[in-house]
Design a protein around this ligand. Structure first.
Ligand SMILES: [Zn+2]
Length: 492
């Protein structure tokens, strides 16, 4: 991202950014928050509406129990304390896409508070980013400014989104770099996806993010004036918008100006933010308790029930899998990229003779090929059963890793499962000990230096001899036999 004026690193280093994030997540309920209308993206405009979500006179809201379940699960997954009694409030403002003239939200008594998410800090260690609150509210409709013949002069309204249940998750101003913001959002999305409370689809608007950012001289006791950046529809853009905004504020401060408290919009095409409204135009929402809804009571029993519904969450799962399958942190990340991926891996791993090999094959032979083809795991020509079969064949030394690679190449090229390719190709194996010994003798004779190294104690060099013989046999030597014979010959 281009810097505003390319500030020198020593100038940037004088300042500390302070960042807080507000995330809106649509909850994945079948119906809306306070009426029976379908909660579905992409329906024809104004078809999923009723007197309640249109706010017609006399219509009364009824709280969707599923929305409460999902908000509670999200709260627990984000380490929040769930309030026993929370209150719905009216947030009043006029906007064409809000026919009721107010949103039902929560104000001073949100459903949950005091949570946190752990992110990797710049120094490598984990850093806890506080979550101030999670509150329930309903979404507004959508104003459509583009795509119609008369869009230059008219704005159209689609009220399908009115009343969609949301969780708004507000962070503490604990974030200090755009990278930390990116990590916080990535982890939050992962946790919400694992919990299956939202599809977190940013393109469809089911996860939206606003960022508050200010800068202050390092060590200064007070925060600087904060600017809110809205309209940022990907985590990468959040990071870019923060980078831009931090430099803009530092540049302004350095040149003797003052940062104005305002709301700015991110322009992804230009890679910059611009003023949307200043603080003087900010709303006074005149919050007051929603008279048509009872306080929301969350009993300890309900809370326990929701806690049981939560799956093993990504961080815990990674830690367990690292121990269980002897994975690196990076590999554990790949295998837990989605709950479904991790579930499918572990289900398959249980069926294999050696679960670690299933992990290895997925990481070394499958994910790379899928990425290259732009495919998801469930679109892979090689099924999980095929991967288990391949892992077992390797484990039983019925094929060499080189042969396995060739079979995977054919499978992905032809779009066939591993078992099909294996049955057809039936790779040959040399299991004749004397034939293998002859080849080992040749390699030993040709590489006296390596033999010397082995005998001097560098036993890992045995792999070199194995590799040479494998090459000579085009990968057909029985791996177990070959390993055994190489060791015997070198010791001899
Ligand atoms: Zn409705």
């Amino acid at each position: 991202m281009p810097a505003v004026a390319g500030l020198a690193p020593e100038i940037l280093a004088k300042y500390e950014p302070v960042i807080g994030l507000e995330v809106h997540v649509q909850l994945l309920t079948a119906s809306k928050a306070f009426c029976g209308c379908a909660n579905r993206f992409g329906a024809p405009p104004n078809t999923n509406v009723c007197p309640v979500c249109l706010g017609l006179p006399g219509a009364l809201p009824v709280l969707n129990a599923k929305a409460v379940e999902y908000a509670t699960m999200a709260s627990l997954a984000l380490n929040c304390q769930v309030r026993e009694r929370s209150i719905f409030a009216r947030k009043n403002y006029f906007y064409p896409d809000l026919p009721k003239g107010y949103q039902i939200s929560q104000f001073d008594k949100p459903i949950a508070e005091h949570g946190w998410i752990e992110v990797p800090a710049a120094n490598g260690g984990p850093k806890r980013i506080g979550i101030t609150r999670l509150h329930m509210e309903e979404d507004a409709g959508k104003s459509l400014h583009d795509g119609f013949a008369d869009s230059a002069t008219r704005t159209y309204l689609d009220l399908n989104r009115c009343g969609t249940p949301l969780a708004e998750i507000v962070s503490e101003p604990d974030i200090r770099t755009p990278d930390e913001a990116f990590e916080y959002l990535t982890r939050m999305k992962e946790i919400l996806l694992y919990s299956e409370v939202s599809d977190c689809n940013m393109e469809e608007g089911s996860l939206r993010c606003d960022a508050n950012v200010s800068v202050r001289l390092k060590g200064a006791p007070k925060f600087g004036t904060k600017v809110e950046v809205k309209n940022v529809n990907s985590f990468k853009f959040v990071r870019a918008a923060l980078e831009y905004e931090i430099e803009r504020q530092i540049e302004l401060t350095e040149s003797g100006g003052t940062v104005k408290q305002e709301t700015r919009l991110w322009d992804a095409n230009e890679g910059r933010t611009y003023t949307m409204r200043s603080k003087e135009q900010a709303h006074d929402y005149r919050y007051f308790p929603e008279p048509d809804l009872q306080p929301l009571i969350v009993t300890p029993e309900f809370l326990e029930e929701m806690r049981k519904k939560l799956p093993e969450l990504p961080e815990a799962r990674r830690a367990r899998m690292i121990a269980e399958y002897e994975l690196s942190a990076k590999d554990a990340h790949t295998l837990t990229a989605s709950r479904e991926f991790a579930d499918r891996f572990e289900e398959a791993a249980k069926k294999a003779r050696n679960p670690r090999r299933v992990a290895n094959l997925l990481l070394s032979e499958v994910t790379g090929r899928l990425n290259a083809l732009g495919l998801e795991l469930d679109q892979s020509p090689v099924t999980m059963a095929g991967i288990v079969q391949a892992a077992d064949l390797l484990d039983e030394d019925k094929i060499s890793s080189k042969q396995l690679k060739q079979l995977f190449d054919i499978a992905f090229e032809n779009g066939e499962d591993f078992s099909v390719v294996y049955e057809r190709e039936k790779p040959q194996q040399i299991t004749d000990a004397s034939a293998i010994e002859k080849l080992i003798d040749e390699v030993i004779a040709a590489n006296p230096k390596q033999v010397e190294q082995y005998r001097a104690g560098k036993t890992s060099i045995a792999g070199f001899f194995v590799g040479q013989v494998m090459r000579m046999t085009k990968g057909q030597a029985n791996p177990a036999l070959l390993n055994e014979l190489v060791a015997k010959k070198l010791e001899g």
